[in-house]
Design a protein around this ligand. Structure first.
Ligand code: ATP
Length: 306
């Protein structure tokens, strides 16, 4: 019997390193980043047969605010790219069950796009190779290829040229979420503004971070977390500085704005430490809401198919 419904689970990410090169003439920046996939998941369900033609998109779950349900949603764009490439009609209903904060610097939209690629591949028995999936993913956004594979990886170029990073152990995170997101392009523009007149060198992989990941040493990893977009995110949202300070005061091994923010990620030594820090952050009154996660975890993966 042909498959009628596929559900794919896909994680969020944090950047352990996000080094941003000078602004290029096309407005983009060369990046060197180290991604870690963490255990906050969206689920994307794609169903065939309930829909006469086209794509019907719904969004459910606890993070629905701000998610477009029209053709600008990255899952619709993913379906359109695949339909063009394979010259097929894709008539489906798609539901995104959203737990990844929207516009939170955790690549939620990119994650959903990666999930849609994997789900449509399974539903239409396309048997795409990893390279074909990667090629579609990189047309949708520079974080999308990473969310296909997950784990820990180095991203170069726009962030989409991936190499697996050798990482041992499990890392525990506490995440301070904001109810209002930050726009990634606005954060890059602010970064350019703050850097005006400065000589910015080409970004390099942090060998020290690679070594700390290899030796499963969270306290060293904590000290080596770096995000070149952090000053810009804090400039646009000064309250982030207070949140970073509270986490450090309560013994986080490292504190960093995630990607373009405004989520702040704190690395802690274990689950118990995470619980203590989560309580302290909630009690501080400077944080909207707090959640905990661990990484690395697997990328987009089929969890149901029938
Ligand atoms: P990144 O870290 O990749 O820069 P982000 O995590 O800060 O991104 P997203 O949650 O991916 O931000 O959303 C950014 C914008 O993308 C949203 O404000 C929304 O307009 C649009 N968008 C398109 N598709 C989706 C989707 N499936 N989920 C969430 N937002 C989406």
């Amino acid at each position: 019997m042909p498959i009628k419904s596929v559900t794919v689970r896909v994680p969020a990410k944090v950047n352990l390193q996000l080094s941003v090169g000078p602004r290029e003439s096309d407005g983009y920046h060369q990046l060197v980043t180290v991604f870690q996939a963490i255990s906050i998941f969206d689920e994307v369900t794609v169903k065939i047969g309930e829909q006469a033609s086209g794509i019907n998109l719904t969004v459910s779950g606890d993070q629905v605010h701000g998610v477009p349900t029209d053709a600008s949603n990255l899952v619709v764009k993913a379906a359109e790219l695949i339909a063009n490439k394979f010259e097929i009609d894709i008539d489906v209903s798609i539901d995104i069950k959203k737990s990844i904060p929207v516009a939170g610097g955790m690549a939620g939209g990119s994650a959903d796009a990666a999930a849609a690629i994997v789900a449509i591949d399974e539903l239409y028995s396309l048997d795409m190779t990893r390279e074909e999936m990667h090629s579609i993913a990189s047309q949708l956004g520079s974080d999308v290829p990473f969310l296909l594979s997950g784990g820990t990886a180095i991203g170069q170029g726009r962030g989409d040229q991936l190499t697996a990073a050798l990482s041992r152990g499990t890392y525990h995170w506490v995440l301070a979420l904001s109810s209002v997101g930050l726009s990634t392009p606005a954060v890059y523009s602010e970064c350019d503004r703050l850097r005006q007149g400065l000589d910015i060198s080409e970004p390099q992989i942090s060998d020290a971070l690679m070594q700390a990941l290899l030796t499963a040493d969270p306290s060293n990893v904590g000290k080596l977390l770096v995000n070149d977009l952090q000053p810009a995110a804090c400039s646009l949202r000064p309250a982030l500085r207070l949140i970073l300070d509270v986490g450090q005061e309560y013994g986080a091994l490292g504190a960093i704005v995630s990607g373009s923010g405004p989520t702040v990620a704190f690395l802690v030594s274990d689950e118990e430490h995470g619980l203590d820090l989560a309580v302290a952050l909630s009690a501080s009154g400077v944080v909207g809401s707090v959640t905990r996660a661990f990484g690395p975890v697997h990328g987009a993966k089929v969890i149901e198919s029938h």
